[in-house]
Design a protein around this ligand. Structure first.
Ligand SMILES: Nc1ncnc2c1ncn2[C@@H]1O[C@H](COP(=O)(O)OP(=O)(O)OP(=O)(O)O)[C@@H](O)[C@H]1O
Ligand SMILES: [Mg+2]
Length: 235
């Protein structure tokens, strides 16, 4: 589904991603972990077209996507999470979820899609509220709705469960699982490793922009270099 090959990303000489290669297969839920500043967000931003890689290749279903604009990558079926509070504060919940659906559905079908999603994510009581008036846990559910509404093939999530209680995070986990059962592939950056352990079939660990381990959650979390990377940073 997704292949990243020898990807390098520098910011004015600072090496943020140092020759990373990995694959995400169709139907997988892959976790991407590493200490603060390891390069996780930069990897997601580069895959989704917000940054151009300095070197290397990114392929989605065999097609080169590096060099494409974010909306072009989105149209190929790759979508990513945003912090809604900063993004669409003056949109209602309904319109926020409607907007991405309009990329690949006529208005009447898009409306039906949104109604189904609002039902599925239990957003009925807040559908007419402005996104800016919601508490973080509600915004995260709306964000999942926005992601769902364009029928993506692969979704990149960056710390979507940060700041949520265990209960709230569990509801996001079950949404991810349901979508995955419907065939959506996920690449997930998350600091809460106990959540990833439950969710992912494979985890990739990075430090200083390089891959240091890859395997099952247990293999990666027992890996000496991974443990040292976290303890070394005081996490
Ligand atoms: N737009 C930017 N301009 C300059 N440097 C950047 C930029 N974005 C990231 N960096 C640098 O790249 C490195 C990787 O940052 P990145 O945000 O990808 O890490 P991260 O793994 O997502 O960290 P965190 O867990 O704190 O979110 C850091 O050294 C960071 O300072
Ligand atoms: Mg980050």
């Amino acid at each position: 589904m997704l292949a990243v090959e020898n990807m390098v990303k520098t910011f004015e000489g600072i090496l943020a991603v140092d020759s990373i290669s990995f694959r995400v297969g169709k139907g997988e839920i892959v976790g991407l972990i590493g200490p603060n500043g390891a390069g996780k967000s930069t990897i997601l931003e580069t895959i989704s077209g917000f940054y151009a890689p300095t070197r290397g290749a990114i392929l989605l279903e065999g097609k080169q996507i590096h060099g494409l604009k974010p909306h072009e990558v989105f149209k190929l079926g790759l979508t990513r999470s945003f912090q809604l509070a900063e993004f669409l504060p003056s949109f209602t919940v309904f319109d926020t979820i409607l907007l991405p659906a309009l990329y690949n559905a006529p208005l009447s079908e898009a409306h039906k899609r949104v109604e189904r999603i609002i039902e599925l994510l239990d957003l009925n009581s807040i559908a007419k509220r402005l996104v800016s008036s919601l508490v973080p846990a509600e915004q995260k559910r709306v964000e999942m709705g926005r992601i769902l509404s364009c029928h993506p093939k692969i979704v990149l999530l960056d710390e979507i469960m940060a700041g949520l209680t265990q209960f709230e995070a569990t509801s996001i986990l079950s949404i991810i699982r349901n979508l995955n059962e419907e065939g959506v592939t996920f690449l997930i950056v998350e600091h809460r490793l106990e959540l990833l352990r439950e969710l992912c079939n494979r985890i990739i660990a990075i430090n200083f922009g390089r891959k240091i381990a890859e395997g099952s959650p247990r293999e990666v979390m027992d890996n000496k270099e991974v443990i040292e990377a976290y303890i070394g940073k005081g996490a």
